[in-house]
Design a protein around this ligand. Structure first.
Ligand code: GLA
Length: 678
């Protein structure tokens, strides 16, 4: 063969090889473990709930189902021709509220196709995208800009026409390295946490002195009023106060490395929760999978990790400690109440008093959940018609905190009967715009809780309906959710942050706005995985919750706490912002481009300021508007996360230089420097 013929033959064999491999690559044949989605994992060839993939009555054999917000990236390296699919919300969530999404296709970072807003029941929309020369294909499902409830999103018949390879690699999102800012606490004792504590006359008293440092440690106090005792070894103050009054106590802690003391103001009166409650709640990690064992292990971990030494106190059981209205899970079935109407815990919980005792014996407090309708949001037994009995049961068992939801009560305000099997369990922020009706169930339970012989922190969970911050305190509420549920992503958190400006002025000791639980660590509503927030987003999250004087409820699997997350949760100077006795919620006082400036006045006269970058790029600026923070004169500047002074600045004359990471925060404290004595 002459060389020319040889070259032609080579070319022909190359093309026939390529065309041999060219063909269809189904998305459901790829490795989908790299998919990021809200809770759980994507399902191939079936809907998330295990049914056939079905959109508006049409079923499909191929494709995958995912939950918004969802992201899948496929490396194509110019080897593909087209992507095609049909998209829509799966029929398995028909009749459930809130299903709305947008499907988006990105090629090399550019948005090439969007479905527009789609709702449950909409017919499948076809999607065809050319891919010649494209390196990276991304399939995204957003929450449709509301929330991601019931956003079961199907990409059906989804396939790539390949120009060669018979498969493509999927890629995991690049993760930025976590970095720990919190300095390790010294071996010598340090007393942390709240400096003021409220209790009602006659209620059992439990306050564990939160102190970090080497063990063994011994404790003592001066100024403890009659009726209270401090255990020198455990640092627990117990007993009962009969007389209202304010008592100035000095707490002391000592160990082999040193001694310390710190003031605590005990206020015996009408109001409790004088600083925002701090603790853990089962929902964001375990949801319907919660059990007494898991709760006990969370309590053990609160102590073992030393979180208790930084003020973390409550161990709160959320939904699913009761029996369910219709579940087939044998651990959730059974009578919801006994013949006398007493609520029955499900078999995963059994003895509720034993659980509360277990938690108290660790020096912690116990919390529970219910709903004013006959059913909770998860479809378990609620308190409707049994409010007094339930309040008595919680107190009798020894619980110290009640989160009271709204679910299935909305249906009652709309005229459905409590016994109606069609009464929906799940409704978020729906039911009534009538303030009297909105207040009624909370006032009722509030009164019954107040009649109990123990202090029960009362947390309203009705998503901000009827401007709850205006009246939550008047129905005995200690805190109230201001928005719908948080989910584990930046967008959900950002929207909640932006909604805090309106309720901010109403926060005060005993009455707190609640932007929902923390989404740090391993979270995932029954399928815990590492949070999808970047490290910078996590710093911003925890800092802002503290600036907001928010109840701090860890939402993660406590047994999977890593050093980074522990660093976030144990920075005593950051926590001190949340627990500041003045109880003023930070407000956004200025914006510079994507940077929002939050300022919070503290009891000692200093001001904490969070410079938050909501933009997609790092922000670098010289911030000159310090006078806008209502500061004057010469100020010392302290980096709160790093716990060190970083300089001084004269307001009105100098600007402060800032470098703020993408979605990150710079958290500073400004304290007036006394003028020199002439
Ligand atoms: C609602 C609440 C959540 C959780 C669930 C339980 O959605 O907002 O925090 O308590 O109910 O079903």
């Amino acid at each position: 063969m002459n060389p020319r013929h040889f070259a032609v033959a080579l070319l022909i064999s190359f093309f026939s090889f390529a065309s041999l491999n060219a063909g269809t690559v189904w998305i459901d044949e790829l490795n989908l473990t790299t998919v990021e989605q809200e809770g759980g994992a994507p399902v191939k060839k079936l809907a998330l709930g295990g049914h056939a993939l079905t959109i508006a009555g049409q079923t499909f054999a191929r494709g995958y189902s995912t939950h918004a917000e969802s992201w899948l990236a496929i490396q194509l390296d110019g080897q593909a021709r087209t992507f095609s699919a049909k998209v829509g919300i799966d029929d398995e969530v028909k009749g459930k509220p809130g299903g709305s999404v947008e499907f988006v296709v990105l090629v090399d970072g550019q948005k090439l196709w969007s479905s527009g807003l789609m709702r449950t029941g909409d017919a499948a929309k076809p999607c065809d995208v050319p891919l010649a020369k494209v390196k990276l294909l991304e399939l995204v499902v957003t929450d449709g800009e509301d929330n991601n409830y019931y956003d079961h999103a199907d990409w059906v018949d989804a396939k790539i026409e390949s120009a060669g390879p018979s498969t493509f690699a999927t890629v995991a999102r690049a993760v930025s390295e976590p970095y720990i800012l919190t300095p390790a606490p010294p071996a010598s004792p340090r007393i942390n946490g709240a400096r003021v504590f409220g209790v009602r006359p006659g209620s059992p008293f439990l306050f564990t002195v939160p102190a970090s440092g080497q063990r063994p440690m011994t404790f003592s106090a001066t100024g403890l009023p009659a009726g209270l005792e401090l255990d020198a070894m455990t640092g627990r103050i117990t007993g009962r106060l009969t007389n209202p009054g304010t008592y100035a106590v000095i707490l002391r802690a000592g160990n082999a490395a040193g001694r310390t003391e710190s003031p605590l103001r005990i206020v015996c009166g009408d109001q409790i929760a004088l600083t925002p409650p701090m603790g853990w709640n089962s929902w964001n990690c375990f949801a319907q999978e919660v059990s007494a064992d898991k709760v006990k292990r969370a309590a053990d971990t609160m102590v073992r990790t030393g979180l208790i030494n930084h003020g973390w106190t409550y161990i709160n059981v959320d939904d699913f400690w009761q029996n369910h209205r219709a579940s087939k899970d044998p651990t959730l079935t059974g009578e919801v109440r006994d013949a006398q109407g007493n609520i029955r815990p499900n078999s995963r919980f059994g003895d509720m008093k034993a659980l509360a005792d277990y938690i108290h014996n660790l020096g912690l407090k116990a919390g529970l959940y219910s709903s004013p309708g006959p059913w909770t949001c998860g479809g378990c037994a609620g308190s409707y018609g049994h409010e007094l009995q339930d309040a008595q049961a919680y107190a009798g068992w020894g619980f110290d905190y009640l989160k009271y939801d709204w679910c299935s009560y909305g249906g009652l305000t709309l005229g459905l009967a409590a016994s109606d099997p069609k009464l929906p369990s799940v409704e978020w922020g729906k039911g009534t715009s009538n303030v009297d009706l909105a207040q009624k169930p909370y006032r009722l339970m509030g009164e019954y809780l107040r009649q109990q012989p123990r202090d029960i922190v009362y947390s309203l969970c009705q998503y901000g309906m009827s401007d709850v911050w205006l009246w939550g305190g008047s129905v005995a509420g200690n805190s109230w959710r201001t928005t719908n549920d948080i989910s584990g992503n930046w967008k959900s958190m950002r929207n909640i942050i932006l909604a805090q400006d309106i309720p901010a002025p109403w926060a005060k000791p005993g009455n707190w706005n609640d932007p929902d639980m923390l989404i740090l660590g391993y979270i995932g509503w029954g399928n815990p995985k590492p949070t999808r927030l970047t490290p910078d987003e996590q710093y911003l999250h925890f800092s802002l919750w503290c600036l907001f004087s928010a109840p701090l409820l860890i939402g993660c699997d406590m047994e999977k706490l890593d050093a980074f997350t522990l660093g976030l949760l144990t920075n005593d100077e950051v926590i001190a912002l949340d627990q500041d006795p003045l109880g003023q919620q930070a407000r956004c006082v200025d914006t510079v481009g994507d940077v929002r400036v939050y300022s919070k006045k503290l009891e000692d006269g200093s001001v904490a300021v969070g410079f938050c970058n909501f933009g997609a790029r790092p922000a670098e600026l010289k911030y000159a508007n310090l006078a806008g923070l209502r500061l004057a004169g010469r100020q010392q500047v302290r980096d709160i996360w790093r716990q060190k002074v970083v300089g001084t600045v004269t307001i009105g004359r100098e600007a402060w230089p800032l470098v703020i990471p993408t979605h990150g925060i710079v958290l500073l404290k400004f304290t007036a420097v006394p003028a020199p004595i002439p």
